[in-house]
Design a protein around this ligand. Structure first.
Ligand code: FES
Length: 180
């Protein structure tokens, strides 16, 4: 993943542009705007988040107004508009998970990581945030980690500690498989 700062100019690599062309090719002539969401996902996977210069470049590539890209990127919560940690821990904060301790899990994450919701740890590894129902309501508290969206269910403080340790130890390799 390539890191960029807020206003840093962005150039898309030929490999990324090839992916864009492949995505645009899936849609009928004149419907290139339909490629916007998947292209934003590719940009986010490449840079870790969507900076304004990156969104402007996408607008230019798709011959859209920048505002058309901003509207989409700010509407969907799966797009990050500021830098995130390598691991974004998304904890379900909807009612059923709260009844079984989701708020306690979020407090524990804040305590263990030393950062508030949406912030990044000093080592760049972790961010966390509360999200709405993850559709695993019978297995709460639950969190997911993108971009693969691996699920961790029936969480306790001890399981969270174990997960953080494993993620730190594996930070240079592949993401872990889920445990529950
Ligand atoms: S309420 Fe938490 S997964 Fe649905």
């Amino acid at each position: 993943m390539l890191s960029v700062t807020q206003n840093e100019p962005v150039e898309f690599a030929p490999t990324l542009l090839a992916k864009f062309a492949d995505i645009v090719g899936r849609y009928p002539e004149g419907r290139h705007k339909s490629a916007l969401l998947p292209i934003l996902h590719e940009v986010q996977a490449h840079f870790g988040w969507l900076s304004v210069p990156a969104m402007d470049q996408v607008a230019s590539y798709l011959k859209l107004e920048p505002i058309e890209v901003y509207e989409v990127a700010t509407f969907y919560t799966m797009y990050f508009l500021q830098p995130q940690g390598k691991y974004m821990l998304e904890v379900c904060r909807t009612g059923p998970c709260c009844l079984v301790g989701a708020e306690r899990i979020m407090e524990h994450l804040e305590d263990r990581l030393g950062v508030k919701e949406g912030e990044v740890t000093a080592d760049g590894l972790f961010s966390w945030r509360g999200v709405e129902c993850l559709a695993a309501c019978g297995f709460g508290p639950v969190l997911q980690i993108g971009p693969e969206y691996t699920f961790y269910e029936n969480l306790t403080e001890e399981k969270v500690d174990e997960l953080l340790t494993n993620l730190k130890n594996n930070a240079g390799s592949q993401p872990l498989s889920a445990n529950s």
